[in-house]
Design a binder for this molecule. Structure first.
Ligand SMILES: CC(C)(COP(=O)(O)OP(=O)(O)OC[C@H]1O[C@@H](n2cnc3c(N)ncnc32)[C@H](O)[C@@H]1OP(=O)(O)O)[C@@H](O)C(=O)NCCC(=O)NCCS
Length: 209
């Protein structure tokens, strides 16, 4: 069995994730991209179709990381590679601060400067982006993305596949539903139902997704 990681994705988010994997001592063998991907991503050769995944698995690769920013696509590709028998690894920056009592899923990315505090739960496939802070007892649902410089106060719940835009703030105890989009720079002071886009200070509904 081969110990190198296969990174699915070959764009800007993949570059950050490759550097996270290298920083924690993992080697990346290939990226798997699409026909319009570059030939290499941070010097890693890019295979330009998902069709390569089956051959890589047969060749003995068993670890994968899904480096795709879109929550729904990341979720879909994760299902596909795990069904093929790949195991998803985490990519966690040595410059992140993660509480020993936090619960972490698999396939998650935690970028530099992120802080995850006591007894927070970060579910599978989440992205906790650069400098985001997740305070005590927060629960971040599967394949959600907390963008750079967000601040979530204690006991906030974010539903699966939701996206919290760059620089947003969320006050304590707030519940955010599934597939919610919180616009950049928003301040969320009330609960948000599923499949809604909210923006502004305080955040108000823009439209239903
Ligand atoms: C919220 C968001 C998704 C809306 O995108 P959209 O559906 O294409 O909406 P539009 O750009 O057409 O804007 C619709 C209206 O909302 C307003 N609006 C959009 N985003 C806003 C924001 N973040 N805060 C306040 N108002 C916002 C626009 O000014 C516009 O107002 P108008 O109708 O009065 O002119 C997007 O603007 C956004 O904030 N994305 C977050 C991106 C991000 O954080 N990326 C991080 C990557 S790591």
């Amino acid at each position: 069995m081969k110990t190198e990681v296969i990174v699915v994705g070959a764009g800007g988010h993949a570059k950050v994730c490759i550097e996270l994997l290298h920083a924690q001592g993992d080697k990346v063998a290939y990226c798997v991209g699409s026909p319009d991907s570059p030939d290499t991503c941070l010097g890693i050769p890019v295979l330009k179709s998902d069709d390569h995944l089956a051959a890589l698995r047969q060749d003995g690769y068993e670890q994968a990381f899904i480096a795709i920013g879109s929550n729904s696509l990341r979720n879909k590709l994760a299902r596909k590679v795990t069904e093929m028998g790949f195991r998803l690894v985490n990519a966690i920056s040595p410059a992140a601060v993660v509480s020993p009592s936090a619960l972490l899923g698999t396939g998650i990315a935690v970028m530099a400067g992120a802080v995850i505090n006591a007894e927070a739960t970060i579910s599978d496939l989440c992205i906790i982006n650069t400098g985001a802070t997740i305070d005590h007892d927060c629960v971040i649902g599967a394949a959600a993305h907390i963008a750079p410089q967000c601040a979530l106060a204690g006991n906030v719940q974010v539903g699966p596949l939701s996206f919290i835009g760059v620089g947003s703030k969320i006050i304590p105890e707030i519940h955010i539903g599934e597939s919610v989009m919180v616009g950049a720079g928003s301040v969320v002071i009330s609960n948000i139902g599923s499949a809604t886009t909210v923006v502004g200070v305080p955040a108000k509904a823009l439209h239903k997704i």
